[in-house]
Design a protein around this ligand. Structure first.
Ligand SMILES: Cc1ncc(C[n+]2csc(CCOP(=O)(O)OP(=O)(O)O)c2C)c(N)n1
Ligand SMILES: [Mg+2]
Length: 342
């Protein structure tokens, strides 16, 4: 990512100052590189990735912002099918992620889940769900368990703007508020459900207001600004941890790729996409860190190179890893074989 010459007199950058910020930037870069490489691997001749595949490019600030405050082993994150970014942000090994896309036994779901079903139960990453809105009641359930068992954990339940028109959304939010469960319901509003624009699907186009009937705090936030995401998620998580109930946040963002791999994006104009690129969450954060004196050109270039190599290594490894064994086809498909945190 080159943001050349926007600071004429770059401040001196100390080694450790800003390390946390640079780690966040690196993670956003890693996710972007992972997704773009996935696109290449999916579309090239001799394609080795199959099945549905939904890329997260453009929305990285939401996942990395949440991961910045997520308490591993205590909190839960449950998600729809656009789940590569969140999984990497929560610390999934890129090899395990790429191997899953290649359908290999070394994948995070042992090669049986694919793109839509990335899981890492031991850190609280509960996937990866393909039915639009289907996992929202599950997020209500895990938050209820956290409250009931007094774990102090919260559930980050993420879904798209299309999912809030499902009955499950409305049923789950009502019950979540009634029981005051520690959930944060997060819409990643990329403006479209496949190709259907929000205004054509939601009678109330200001999506945050959709929670007003459920007596919980709600807010629309800039989902491309990672600092905003962190601040808002933190406030919502604190509410949950204090036993004050759920929060509804609409993170406004944009996806740079099509809905899935077969989408030519005819519903988008060139102008719209050019405008969106100006608000690329990675460029925005890079600029901010340079202005604060927390990032040099050399550091940014080194990070780009390093994440490219991490992803290239993941692809090389996935390519040679073994496929699942036929005799394992019925193993690991039952929940009791993956006990959640006590
Ligand atoms: C119940 C159900 N209906 C329809 C589909 C087909 N479908 C898959 S993704 C999608 C669009 C969802 O859009 P949104 O919730 O905005 O998420 P995004 O893809 O933008 O991240 C649809 C209709 C599905 N998977 N499940
Ligand atoms: Mg959407």
């Amino acid at each position: 990512m080159s943001v050349a010459n926007h600071v004429d007199h770059a401040p001196v950058v100390s080694e450790s100052k800003g390390q946390a910020e640079r780690d966040r930037l690196r993670m956003m870069m890693l996710i972007r590189r992972f997704e773009e490489r996935t696109y290449q691997e999916y579309t090239k001749p001799g394609q080795k990735i199959g099945g549905f595949c939904h890329l997260y490019s453009g929305q990285e600030a939401v996942a990395v912002g949440i991961a910045s405050i997520f308490q591993k082993g205590k909190d839960y994150l449950i998600n729809a099918y656009r789940c590569h970014g969140h999984s990497l942000a929560l610390g999934m090994d890129p090899r395990a992620a790429m191997a899953e896309l290649f359908g290999k036994a070394t994948g995070c779901s042992k090669g049986k889940g694919g793109s839509m079903h990335f899981f890492q139960a031991e850190v609280g990453n509960l996937g990866g769900h393909g039915i639009v809105g289907g996992h929202i009641p599950l997020g209500l359930g895990t938050a209820f368990a956290q409250m009931y068992k007094k774990t102090g954990g919260v559930t980050f339940c993420l879904f798209g703007d299309g999912a809030i028109n499902q009955g499950t959304f409305n049923e789950a939010l009502n019950m979540a508020s009634l029981y005051k469960v520690p959930a944060i319901f997060i819409v990643e509003n990329n403006g479209v459900a496949m190709g259907t624009q929000v205004a054509r699907a939601s009678a109330e186009p200001e999506l945050a207001k959709r929670a007003s009937g459920y007596h919980m705090p709600y807010r629309a936030i800039d989902g491309n600004d990672i600092d905003t995401v962190i601040a808002e998620m933190n406030e919502a998580a604190q509410r949950g941890r204090r036993g004050e109930g759920p929060t509804f946040l609409v993170a406004n963002t944009y996806r740079f790729r099509g809905h899935s791999m077969s989408d030519a994006m005819k519903y988008r104009s060139k102008e719209e996409m050019e405008q969106a690129k100006l608000r690329d969450p990675i460029s925005l954060y890079e600029i901010r860190l340079r202005e604060k004196g927390l990032l040099t050109d050399e550091q940014a270039d080194a990070m780009e190179e390093e994440v490219a190599e991490v992803v290239a290594d993941a692809v090389r490894q996935a390519d040679v890893d073994p496929h699942p064994m036929l005799e394992d086809r019925f193993n690991d498909v039952l929940a009791e074989q993956y006990p959640l945190q006590k």
